[in-house]
Design a protein around this ligand. Structure first.
Ligand SMILES: Nc1ncnc2c1ncn2[C@@H]1O[C@H](COP(=O)(O)OP(=O)(O)OP(=O)(O)O)[C@@H](O)[C@H]1O
Ligand SMILES: [Mg+2]
Length: 350
């Protein structure tokens, strides 16, 4: 199994004494008349002061919904059915909307995947920042807000900040737009930053710059960060601890070096094998495909097995002997009565 590079930062995990954020046994359901559909069944994430916690797991496992629950910004169609979201000792579900609004953007800030989409193309970066700063702090004059915007852009590494305020979003690269979002997020010295796939839309070099910036903020300002990413290398390079989610549950949690280099749960091992550098390299791929295909109640899901095997073939570009082994695994599945797997698999490769 490959070893993900784990930063020095994560070699000395800080065990939180008093958690800044504690998501405890969170369950979320989609409103569907009398029969709510469970989307998240048991997610627990704890973040200590000045700590970065990575949250990883495959698409649809509940990372973003858990982040939105931490912000108490769940979509209309989704409701919390169990668990607690505690921020600095306060259960957020007990707060009213006014109290929550006061927390969001000041104590708890968030950044998301596509920063360009958060910026209106008709307004300059300066307009955005001044409006945003004055919304949070109405007593701030336009002049003072502009001065603060320059300081913030400086802080997040945008050179010639004063001139940049006059630029429109389309004149900013994705990395610069994300820096603007980070500048706005830290404007009120938040205690906690929730970053949902903040570097996914960026190319690799820029991605590293943004991660370095987040690490600087975490170190210098003592910011606590929840970093959601599907990319274990990203999490490995900046997080002190990692929570692994699978099918709506936290299935493993611990110091980054331990979780990524010595995973306990089969799903975490499978996730590590799924990284592009290792997928499709041999018998491990089959173990990975089968592991991934078991749901949390350990039933083998035929469609999922098919999906996992074909994605290894497609993405991992395995050699012919590996394809053969994968097909054999498909045939083994057939003998278990999982006809759909082999039918589709044969169709795909022939
Ligand atoms: N607004 C919504 N209404 C109903 N169901 C939703 C809504 N948003 C997400 N879901 C469902 O909840 C589950 C968890 O979704 P979520 O967006 O949290 O996944 P994720 O782990 O962030 O995935 P990704 O890596 O693709 O971003 C999925 O099954 C998804 O289809
Ligand atoms: Mg998501």
């Amino acid at each position: 199994m490959s070893q993900i590079t784990v930063s020095e930062l994560s070699l000395e995990p800080s065990e939180p004494e008093t958690a800044v954020l504690e998501i405890e046994h969170l369950a979320l359901a989609r409103r569907a008349g009398d029969d709510d559909v469970l989307l998240v069944s048991d997610v627990s994430i704890s973040v200590g002061p000045g700590e970065t916690v990575g949250v990883v797991g495959e698409s649809g496992c509940g990372k973003s919904l858990s982040a939105l629950a931490a912000l108490q910004l769940l979509p209309e169609s989704v409701r919390q059915v169990a668990g607690r979201v505690v921020f600095q000792g306060q259960d957020l579900t007990e707060l009213n909307e006014k109290q929550l609004r006061a927390l969001r953007g000041s104590e708890i800030a968030a950044i998301f995947q596509d920063p360009q989409n958060s910026l209106n193309p008709a307004f300059t970066i300066g307009n955005h920042m001044v409006e945003c700063l004055r919304t949070k702090q109405p007593s701030l004059s336009r002049h003072a807000a502009r001065k603060r915007a320059i300081e913030l852009l400086d802080r997040v590494g945008i050179v010639a900040a004063e001139q940049r305020l006059r630029a429109y979003p389309h004149e900013f690269s994705g990395g610069m737009a994300q820096r603007v979002m980070i500048a706005l997020a830290i404007a009120n010295d938040p205690t906690l930053l929730i970053a949902d796939e903040p570097t996914t839309a960026l190319d690799v070099t820029v991605q590293q710059q943004i991660l370095d910036l987040l690490t600087d903020l975490q170190r210098e300002d003592g910011l606590s960060i929840v970093l959601i990413s599907h990319d274990l290398a990203v999490v490995g390079s900046v997080a002190h601890r990692v929570a692994v989610l699978y099918a709506g549950e936290t299935i493993e949690e611990g110091p980054t070096a331990r979780v990524l280099n010595h995973p306990w749960h089969p799903y975490t091992r499978a996730l590590l094998l799924a990284q592009p550098s290792t997928a499709g390299k041999g018998i491990d791929s089959i173990v990975f495909a089968v592991d991934l295909s078991f749901d949390s109640t350990t039933r083998l899901d035929a469609k999922r097995l098919h999906g996992n095997i074909t994605s290894i073939i497609r993405e991992g570009e395995p050699k012919m002997d590996v394809v053969f082994l994968l097909l054999t695994a498909g045939l083994a599945a057939l003998s278990l009565g999982l006809i759909v797997v082999c039918n589709s698999l044969m169709g795909e490769k022939s």
